[in-house]
Write a protein that binds this ligand. Structure first.
Ligand SMILES: [Zn+2]
Length: 284
């Protein structure tokens, strides 16, 4: 017995499928970062802070507006699930869905990470990506996705019936709670969909299911971003390790991730002003 009712194709099905796709958001009018200024500024950076996210654990970090930060691979291949908040107002946070819609499913140098509505402004601009060479592989996979949500104990319980306490959702919650002294339940409400730093993902060609494959990241690789506003960030060294097989368990080999905060030289950003919140107002 069929479990669903079949729907017959119309006679012009082929023609309907063959219409030309149109990119949803034109990029011509998207405000662009001053990459020449940022690339010049990144030539004279001074390391001012370092934070380690231990394997299967998270860490929070603060990045002053106008500083740079790097997520660095150390010791072994490892994927990191990253959240970003406005350090002065946690209700403004990364909007991975709109970042994906404005740029692509995977982000790299020149792309920006946008904040949620009604703020909708760039929180950070990617200024260097040592995995920028990877491109899009034969499976349609690429790195640093804004597709995935974060591994979490609720989905894990739904699918496996087990409780696992080191999911990225849990690690990000603990890191945010420690950084802000918010109660865990309250901190959890601020955790949001992530940038999957170093993770190699895509959609299967046949069924468009979200897939992962071993990250190409190696120690020394890093993703560098420029803080457009005062940032509070958190990153989880995913229990999936390089995400080649499984996550939400202690099965995979896991490694730490390092976050470096870097200050540009005095005067390197002369003339630069940070982005304002979106100016849209509801009609009175
Ligand atoms: Zn994870």
């Amino acid at each position: 017995m069929e479990l669903f009712e079949r729907v017959a194709e119309p006679d012009d099905a082929a023609a309907r499928r063959a219409v030309r796709p149109v990119v949803c958001y034109p990029v011509e009018t998207l405000p662009q970062p001053d990459m020449a200024l940022l690339l010049a500024a990144r030539a004279g950076l001074t390391l001012v802070d370092e934070v380690i996210a231990p394997p299967r654990d998270g860490a929070a970090f603060r990045v002053p507006k106008g500083h740079f930060f790097r997520i660095v691979s150390v010791e072994g291949p490892q994927v990191g699930d990253m959240n970003l908040w406005n350090a002065e107002d946690l209700t403004e946070r990364l909007f991975s869905g709109k970042t994906r819609a404005l740029h692509a499913t995977h982000v790299t140098t020149g792309n920006r990470l946008w904040s949620n509505l009604p703020h909708l402004r760039p929180m950070a601009t990617i200024t260097h990506d040592t995995l920028g060479w990877y491109g899009i592989d034969a499976d349609g996979g690429s790195v640093h996705d804004v597709i995935g949500t974060r591994c979490d104990p609720y989905t894990n319980r739904l699918l496996s019936g087990d409780d696992y306490h080191r999911c990225c959702h849990s690690n990000l919650t603990r890191a945010l709670a420690a950084a802000t002294r918010l109660p865990m339940r309250e901190a959890e409400g601020h955790v949001h969909d992530v940038v999957n730093v170093f993770m190699c993902t895509g959609f299967t060609r046949s069924t468009q299911q979200y897939f992962m494959k071993a990250s190409p990241v190696r120690p020394g690789d890093y993703l560098e971003l420029f803080a457009e506003i005062e940032l509070l960030g958190a990153i989880s060294a995913c229990p999936g390790g390089d995400c080649s097989t499984t996550h939400s368990s202690d099965a995979a080999a896991c490694h730490p991730l390092k976050i470096e905060v870097l200050r540009p030289a005095d005067g390197a950003l002369a003339g630069w002003v940070g982005p304002q919140r979106n100016g849209y107002r509801w009609p009175e």
